[in-house]
Design a protein around this ligand. Structure first.
Ligand code: SF4
Length: 78
């Protein structure tokens, strides 16, 4: 599959992964990309969309660099 084909459906060709062992549920990522990250009343972070749309790319990268524990990784899709 080519890169252009991956973009046909408007999805950013990465998967959002969170290392829950190091995530401290401080909601920094939720403040940047609430469409993807949500810290709920139970104190846990939930990833709402593992394959977010291209339009969120810049904010996702900001969330990765802003996460104080380095828990967020953007993994290239095959
Ligand atoms: S910014 Fe990082 S540590 Fe904070 S809730 Fe998000 S993934 Fe967890």
């Amino acid at each position: 599959m080519t890169v252009s084909e991956k973009y046909v459906d408007g999805r950013f060709p990465v998967k959002v992964e969170v290392d829950f062992d190091v995530c401290s549920s401080n909601a920094v990522c939720m403040g940047i990309v609430p469409e993807v990250f949500e810290v709920r009343d139970d104190g846990y972070l939930y990833v709402l969309d593992e394959h977010p749309p291209e339009t969120l790319r810049d904010r996702l990268r900001e969330a990765v660099t802003s996460c104080p524990t380095g828990a967020i990784t953007l993994v290239e899709d095959d």
